[in-house]
Every structure is written in structure tokens, then in C-alpha cells.
Design a protein. Structure first.
Length: 119
């Protein structure tokens, strides 16, 4: 996806856990607003990111785990200015995130392929 570029959720409100966190049900929601599911991180792995990331100055290829994604699937840059804008702007949605992390990876990989410049 010529760069879904990045991360989900830009809600830095206190108590909102970084990347991959949210309700445990696959993320429905909080008053109608979709939140990230715990232990997902699909959007930090499947899509390409063209903007520089600390530790990945040329961005991130599709299917490659971001170096800023921790073992427990959290972003080390959450809330920090170094976090790519694209990561803060991406919002979770059923269409992108599906009903499980596996489904999210699959959807995001398909989107990446469909929107890549080579396709
Ligand atoms: S910088 Fe953070 S939010 Fe963006 S892809 Fe890497 S781990 Fe995910």
C-alpha cells in the first residue's frame, strides 16, 4: 500500500496504550470509536512506510517489522515527536483491522499489494 505508512492511533490521551492496545474483543470500541486491539501491531509490520523512522532512515518495506515495535507489540515512539506522522494519523477501522491480528495482517498485505507502484 504505497505506504499505509505506519501506525495506528494518534490518540495520545492518558491511559490509551500504544499500538495494539485497546479493547480485548478485537477492538470494538469506546463510544463508537474504534480502538486498537491488544497485541496486534499489524500496521507496524504489513505496510510499507516511506518516511524515515528512527533506526530505519529509509522507512520500512512492506512485511518488515518496524524496529520501533517492541516484543509486546507496542511502539517505543508513542507520544514522541520522532514518531512518523503517518503512524499518528492512521486510524483503526474494521475494514483495515478486521476481527483479528491475523486478519489485519492479511488485509494490510492485500492493500499493500493493491496500491504498490509495481502492481
Ligand atoms: S514507528 Fe511505532 S507506530 Fe510507526 S510503524 Fe514503527 S512501531 Fe509502529
Amino acid at each position: 500500500m504505497a505506504a499505509v505508512s505506519g501506525g495506528i492511533h494518534d490518540d495520545d490521551s492518558p491511559g490509551r496504550p500504544p499500538r495494539g492496545a485497546g479493547s480485548s474483543t478485537g477492538h470494538p470500541d469506546k463510544g463508537g470509536i474504534l480502538v486498537c486491539r491488544p497485541g496486534c501491531g499489524a500496521c507496524c509490520i504489513a505496510p510499507s512506510i516511506t518516511s524515515p523512522i528512527p533506526g530505519m532512515p529509509k522507512g520500512k518495506p512492506a512485511g518488515v517489522r518496524c524496529v520501533q515495535l517492541t516484543a509486546d507489540l507496542r511502539c517505543t515512539l508513542f507520544g514522541r515527536p520522532e514518531r512518523p506522522v503517518v503512524c499518528t494519523s492512521l486510524k483503526p477501522s474494521i475494514g483495515m483491522c478486521g476481527r483479528s491480528a491475523e486478519e489485519a495482517l492479511s488485509i494490510l498485505a492485500a492493500l499493500e499489494t493493491a496500491t504498490s507502484e509495481d502492481s
